[in-house]
Design a protein around this ligand. Structure first.
Ligand code: GLU
Length: 507
């Protein structure tokens, strides 16, 4: 193995929100770079002007920042190999296209869309390749002066790569080992379009990987079919010696059934497929994001890291970013598609919610509380969170579980009332109010518990019956944490007010 410095890149096209599969690609590149003390580069591949979506680049950068995936070089980071946005590298690509033209490895083609369509109609399975290129309108057929004249007259053209037929191309892939292709399946791919003076994905991708000294190309399986062409391009430029090693990651599969995960699966089953909320600038359509749905970035990172890789049975699957870096091995990634088990994502989030600093969670919860028009402090919210997080998988669930700490019940769950409220309940509450009125405003949990239980015992009441009614008055239903933790947080006056209100409403 060569001692080349590890340099990887994440190279998204800004065509919309970053899909969760793209998040995984970025994450694996990051883990790999970190594990080898290498560099991670953010390159924006925006050469397809038709598919460019405003805001997508900013979205991608914000998503990765939120997840803690950091870059050493790239768009918004800078570095010695810039510019890192492909639309700003036109001259570089033009020079490389000229190099291939001069070497006879590429040619200029003038065929119009109509001419190409006519060929498709007349020749079954038409492919622009060695078998057809000499019957087309290109610089292999036309005289040099004619080509020159057409260009001078402003006729639009493309540059195509001349693929030699019947050659075996072996792509060495770290995850799939050797994948072999026959060059005859490839067409003479377009490398450059005069119409917008831009290269296509293939050329720009190869040239930049070379110039940016990329050592490993880690990307989704959908790019595997492009890799033989990429190998041929490296050879045509004479760059075989510095060709990066490839690793094509497995597909993400639907949670149920067959096929690859799509946004529709998320809509159907109720989970986001994007890290952050995304508003489509054209249609205004809003797609949910993990951040806004109340996930912690470290939970999403841990969950996504295990989609297609695992550290082996002897390791815990709960891993911080540092632990992931420590254990991650590219050659331990699986070839088989990884099922997107979103329930597992919820499980991870629940786990990380229990570990997180309550003050941090309070800051995340505050906007939801304010939305309800409630005035409260972060420290009160943090105390609520400590009591309800065990029952919560997401930030909004903290609100659902804990809302009664901020809003006194105005009505009471009917079923619980039918089951728990007794004719004697009113007297119990009156006695309880009298008892609590003698206490300080703070109702320390243990002390209050002892006090109330003593009173129940000496009055020869049923502990269960009284407690169930007490809970109903405090929460409005039969759920919630330990009663005396609730009263400790609410305090004496609020507790008494809730008991009084229950007497009024339920009599
Ligand atoms: N621009 C491609 C994408 O959007 C990059 C593929 C690659 O990593 O080579 O995913």
């Amino acid at each position: 193995m060569s001692q080349r410095r590890v340099r990887v890149r994440f190279a998204p096209s800004p065509t919309g929100a970053l899909h969760i599969g793209g998040v995984r690609t970025a994450l694996y590149n990051y883990l790999f770079a970190q594990a080898h003390g290498g560099d991670m580069i953010l390159r924006i591949e925006d050469t397809d002007s038709q598919r460019f979506v405003p805001g997508a680049e900013e979205y991608i950068i914000e998503s990765l920042e939120w997840l803690g995936i950091k870059f050493d070089e790239g768009v918004s980071y800078g570095g010695p190999h810039g510019p890192y946005r492909q639309s700003e590298r036109r001259e570089i690509y033009r020079a490389h296209v000229d190099q291939l033209l001069q070497a006879g490895r590429a040619y200029i083609a003038f065929d119009t869309p109509e001419e190409l369509e006519a060929k498709r109609q007349s020749i079954p399975n038409f492919q622009y390749d060695a078998s057809t290129r000499l019957s087309m309108r290109n610089s292999l057929v036309l005289a040099a002066e004619e080509v020159e004249r057409l260009i001078q007259e402003g006729e639009q053209y493309v540059v195509r790569f001349k693929v030699e037929p019947n050659e075996e191309i072996i792509v060495q892939d770290i995850i799939r080992s050797e994948v072999s292709f026959n060059s005859s399946i490839l067409d003479d791919k377009v490398l450059y379009k005069s119409a917008d003076d831009l290269p296509t994905y293939h050329l720009a991708n190869i040239v930049d990987d070379h110039l940016m000294q990329i050592s490993h190309v880690i990307r989704g399986e959908e790019w595997l079919p492009s890799s033989p062409l990429h190998v041929l391009l490296y050879r045509a430029f004479g760059w075989e010696d510095t060709m990066p090693q490839f690793a094509h990651l497995p597909l993400l599969l639907k949670p149920d059934g067959n096929g690859k995960l799509s946004k529709r699966d998320g809509d159907r089953l109720g989970f986001p497929v994007f890290p952050l909320r995304w508003v489509d600038p054209k249609t205004g359509e809003v797609s949910s994001g993990y951040r806004e749905s109340g996930y912690l970035p470290e939970a999403l990172v841990n969950f996504v890291a295990l989609l297609g890789w695992n550290p082996g049975n002897e390791h815990d699957e709960v891993m911080s970013m540092q632990e992931l870096i420590h254990h991650f091995k590219l050659d331990k990634c699986s070839k088989a598609g990884a099922r997107f088990d979103y329930q597992k994502g919820r499980w991870f989030n629940h786990h990380y919610l229990q570990q997180a600093d309550p003050e941090r969670l309070a800051r995340l919860l505050m906007p939801l509380i304010r939305e309800q028009g409630i005035e409260t402090t972060e420290s009160y919210a943090a105390r609520v969170i400590e009591l309800v997080r065990e029952r919560s998988q997401t930030i909004p669930e903290l609100w659902e579980q804990g809302s009664f700490f901020f809003l006194a019940p105005t009505s009471y769950d009917e079923k619980t009332v039918a089951k728990r409220w007794r004719p004697e309940s009113k007297q119990w509450f009156e006695a309880l109010i009298a008892l609590l009125s003698q206490q300080g405003e703070q109702l320390p949990s243990l002390e209050t518990e002892t006090l109330v239980k003593q009173w129940i015992e000496t009055s020869e009441l049923s502990l269960g019956a009284v407690m169930n009614c007490f809970r109903l008055a405090l929460v409005g239903a039969s759920r919630g944490p330990h009663i005396f933790d609730i009263t400790a947080l609410l305090g004496r006056d609020e507790t008494i007010a809730r008991l009084q209100h229950a007497i009024q409403v339920l009599g």
